[in-house]
Structure formats: structure tokens, C-alpha cells
Design a protein. Structure first.
Length: 316
């Protein structure tokens, strides 16, 4: 039996070698088979961005940048713009152009491309025009042009929790950081509530001393930077008339609590999800104050909270 088994194995090896040689000869004899598959033509893609001359306060001039992709084979494109206020524009150029919004509101802007080869593509975005806040600016911070908080700000990490995202490991000490956000198209103040193990957040960002006027109004922009929308952040706003610390802020109680702040759906549409908030500070008129933002998302936690354009005006 042993001899028979050996002969069978040798025979199988011999057959395998013959098949391998035959396959090899057949493979190298073939032409380039990739020539049988057509490469899909490049696509026409509608895309645009925009920026405001004066912080989206009407009347404001908005510059639109047409960043659409038009492959050569698509022929001549025509761009159909709809500005969300009943006005439309037809263009054949991708050069930047301006459009003026003179009323408050949220405007759904769309761009449709049609080409001479029959291609079409669509893109949309939101232009949010806010109420005009007229008055003398007492304090303004948009966090642009800086990498860290100025020394006259106070950052207090009360919870002491460990960030679950390694990209934000330094926030174990700093509580808040300066962060570049594509949604805001610039820098923001960023607070974190995504911890390991899961826990509630308690981190304070307190402004320098601000001298208020007769009719002070506080304004700021905010958005939860949760990637899925499932973990929005909550926060509170305080004001201290004594000391730049937690105790001084808590002495006057919570001025405003925001539960589950709005969040952005698509980073290709900057501004979507950004909320503007205002507080009347008449109860603290003509006093020296500190304003505090406290991220306090309860357990199991949120993700990240962005605060931007902190503005205090003595309103006319």
C-alpha cells in the first residue's frame, strides 16, 4: 500500500506541474486584457464656497467662489445660481462674483450646472443673515491669528477627565483650546466632552475683564462638532462681577443654558448648523464683569463644542 500511495502522489505532482506550465504559457501569450474595459469619463461636479464682507449682517456683500469641476469632454458649461430670496443668475464663467443680501433670514443657495455635452450637477448651501446689532463694541474675540488663548483669559478644568480622542490629549490640562474648524472657516474656541471612561464635562472658559455700558448685549456663535449628530454638547453661560473664577461666576447663577446645541451636517457646506445666540446684560450695566462659557454635557458625554465671535455691544 505504501508504494501505491507514493506513485499516486508523484502522479499528482506531475499533473500539477503540467497545468502550471500550461497556465503560464497561456497567461504570457495573452494581450493586455485591460483594453477591453472602458475607463469612465471624468464627472462634472458642482461646488462653491462663499464669504461675507461684514459677518453676515445685512446689508452685506457675499462673495461666491465657483469651485466646480468641468472636464474638457463636457464642453461648455452654463451655471444657474439661485440665491434663495427669489433672485437668480445665469453665468458662463467660474470667476468669483458678489451678491448683496439686505434682509435677515436663512437663504438656501443652489448651483446647477448644465453643459453642452449633456452633463448636469447640483450643489447647495445656506447663507444665514443675522440681525444687525448696532452700538459701540465693548469686547470682541473671533480667535483668529492666535494659536493659544491670551494670558488674560482663564481656563479651568474642573472635571479632570481624560480625553478619549488622542488628537486632543493636551486638553487634559487646558480645558479649552484654539481650533481651526472648516465649518466656521477659521479658528474657534473648542471644548471637549468625549472622555474615557465616559463622564460628565465641567470645563470653564472665562473672558478677561470687560467694562459694560448702559445697554450691553452679549452675542456669540456656537455649534456642536459631533460627526454623527448623536452626541451634541450642552453648555451654560455665566457672568461674574467679582472674580475671574468659578465661584465668582456661580454667584450670579446661570444666565443661559443651551441643551444639545445644533450640529453641522456636512463640512462641505460651511455655516450649516451654526447657531447665533444673544443675551441682554442690562442687569449688569456699567459694571466690570467676566463672562464664562461652561461646557457641562452630562454623562455619557458629547463630542466637541465650538464657540466663536464673542461680541459685547453697548446697544444704541
Amino acid at each position: 500500500m505504501v508504494h501505491i500511495k507514493i506513485r499516486i502522489m508523484k502522479k499528482l505532482v506531475k499533473i500539477s506541474m503540467i497545468l502550471a506550465i500550461a497556465f503560464s504559457a497561456s497567461y504570457y501569450a495573452c494581450d493586455d486584457y485591460t483594453e477591453d474595459f472602458d475607463v469612465p469619463p471624468p464627472s462634472t461636479v458642482a461646488k462653491f464656497e462663499f464669504e461675507a464682507a461684514h459677518r453676515f449682517v445685512p446689508p452685506d456683500t457675499i462673495t461666491f467662489y465657483n469651485q466646480s469641476i468641468i472636464p474638457e469632454r463636457a464642453g461648455t458649461p452654463t451655471f444657474y445660481w439661485n440665491f434663495g430670496n427669489g433672485e437668480q443668475l445665469e453665468r458662463t464663467s467660474t470667476d468669483p462674483f458678489t451678491f448683496v443680501y439686505d434682509t435677515v433670514g436663512t437663504f438656501d443657495v443652489s448651483l446647477v450646472i448644465k453643459t453642452s455635452a449633456g452633463d448636469s450637477s447640483f450643489a447647495s448651501g445656506k447663507v444665514i443673515m443675522q440681525d444687525l446689532l448696532l452700538g459701540d463694541t465693548l469686547f470682541y474675540e473671533d480667535f483668529e491669528g492666535i494659536q493659544t488663548f491670551p494670558s488674560d483669559w482663564e481656563l479651568i478644568n474642573v472635571d479632570g477627565n481624560t480625553p478619549d480622542n488622542s488628537n486632543f490629549a493636551t486638553m487634559l490640562d487646558s480645558a479649552w483650546i484654539i481650533y481651526s474648524s472648516s465649518y466656521f472657516q477659521g479658528n474657534v474656541a473648542l471644548g471637549l466632552s468625549f472622555y474615557n471612561p465616559e463622564a460628565a464635562a465641567d470645563d470653564w472658559m472665562i473672558t478677561p475683564k470687560i467694562t459694560l455700558g448702559n445697554n450691553p448685549v452679549l452675542e456669540w456663535y456656537a455649534m456642536s462638532l459631533t460627526t454623527s449628530g448623536d452626541y451634541p454638547d450642552s453648555y451654560e453661560v455665566y457672568i461674574s462681577t467679582t472674580t475671574q473664577d468659578v465661584a465668582g461666576c456661580q454667584a450670579n447663577g446661570v444666565l443661559k443654558r443651551v441643551t444639545d446645541e445644533q450640529w453641522g451636517v456636512d463640512s462641505d457646506n460651511p455655516g450649516e448648523g451654526i447657531a447665533m445666540h444673544r443675551l441682554n446684560l442690562n442687569d449688569f450695566a456699567n459694571q466690570d464683569v467676566y463672562v464664562a462659557f461652561r461646557i457641562m454635557t452630562p454623562s455619557p458625554g458629547g463630542d466637541r463644542l465650538a464657540i466663536d465671535n464673542i461680541n459685547i455691544v453697548d446697544k444704541y
